[in-house]
Design a protein around this ligand. Structure first.
Ligand SMILES: [Zn+2]
Length: 308
């Protein structure tokens, strides 16, 4: 069986000329492709697979997942799936709902969508201080940052500095400073799916799962902090959405993004299944041995799945 991961599915927005997203038209073409080639697993079939630990008739089918509770998941995805009689699993980071603030990972996407990569990099350079980069990363930072670059390079480096080089405690302030300098205001109100819409999606046959509280790289956290991220996010969901299935998805994904402690917390919390990002089909063995990190393809690995 194939699980597919999606993020932004939307239409071109002239306010974000450089924004990377899957166009709604291509999303629909990809659904057509999956339907013709593989067909979709129904929610009932999937729940049955989890109980029996056997794929059986679902072996060739496709399951759709959507990360980050982005507003387009209600505006476009949910409505299109509903029209086709399909369903999906939607993974929600809960901090935006608890703090009314856009996550740093998404604020970086917005800045990269709104501005030229080299402008972003130059602006960030004004506020960067050596003390913000841990000693062990200084050399790598010098080598990678001050080389000749293209616009696209600028975006890559801008993201890499904020996501990889700087100590996380400076990150939010740096993003604020860059946005302020470039006169950009983040609009929280329409960035995520509102909570009542998540509830509607849940009640109409979709599954709403946890994607942690603040979308950190979990493997960087202590076990206690990982526990807080996982338990608090499920706490928020069970109070406000009341999902009928307990499922989780690793922020960022890939085997570097979580560790054995994460898996232990998921098991102790009686999470039924979790998704990772790994480019291969789910097989029967995974339902036993990899149930807390099931493999999942990026949509860009299939026809019509490339970002615009
Ligand atoms: Zn995510």
């Amino acid at each position: 069986m194939k699980a597919i991961m999606y993020h932004y599915v939307r239409e071109f927005n002239p306010e974000l000329p450089n924004f990377r997203f899957l166009d709604v038209e291509n999303f629909q073409k990809q659904l057509d492709f999956f339907e013709e080639r593989f067909d979709f697993v129904s929610k009932e079939e999937w729940l049955e697979v989890l109980i029996s630990k056997k794929l059986e008739n679902a072996k060739k089918k496709v399951l759709l997942t959507f990360d980050d509770a982005l507003s387009c998941h209600y505006e476009y995805v949910y409505k299109l799936l509903k029209k086709r009689g399909l369903w999906g699993i939607f993974y929600v980071p809960t901090q935006p709902y608890q703090k009314n603030k856009i996550l740093d990972v998404h604020r970086i996407h917005l800045l990269c969508g709104a501005f030229d990569g080299l402008d972003l990099l130059a602006t960030l350079g004004n506020f960067l201080d050596k003390k913000m980069i841990p000693d062990e990363k200084q050399k790598e930072f010098r080598e990678q940052t001050y080389t000749r670059q293209t616009n696209y390079d600028g975006v890559t480096k801008f993201k890499r500095i904020l996501n990889y080089f700087v100590n996380y405690k400076y990150r939010a302030d740096l993003i604020d400073l860059v946005a302020h300098k470039l006169n950009y205001t983040f609009q929280f109100s329409d960035f995520y799916v509102p909570v009542d819409k998540l509830k509607e999606m849940q009640l109409t046959g979709n599954i709403i799962g946890s994607h942690s509280v603040s979308h950190p790289v979990m493997s960087k956290l202590t076990k206690i902090d990982q526990e807080i991220e996982i338990k608090d996010s499920f706490g928020y969901l069970s109070t406000n959405i009341r999902p009928d299935v307990k499922t989780y998805c690793h922020p960022y994904g890939g085997f570097h993004s979580f560790n054995d402690q994460t898996v232990k917390v998921l098991e102790d919390s009686r999470v039924e299944f979790s998704f990772n990002v790994e480019s291969r089909d789910i097989c029967d063995d995974d339902l036993v041995s990899s149930i807390q990190f099931l493999p999942r393809y990026d949509c860009n690995e299939f026809p019509f799945g490339k970002a615009s």
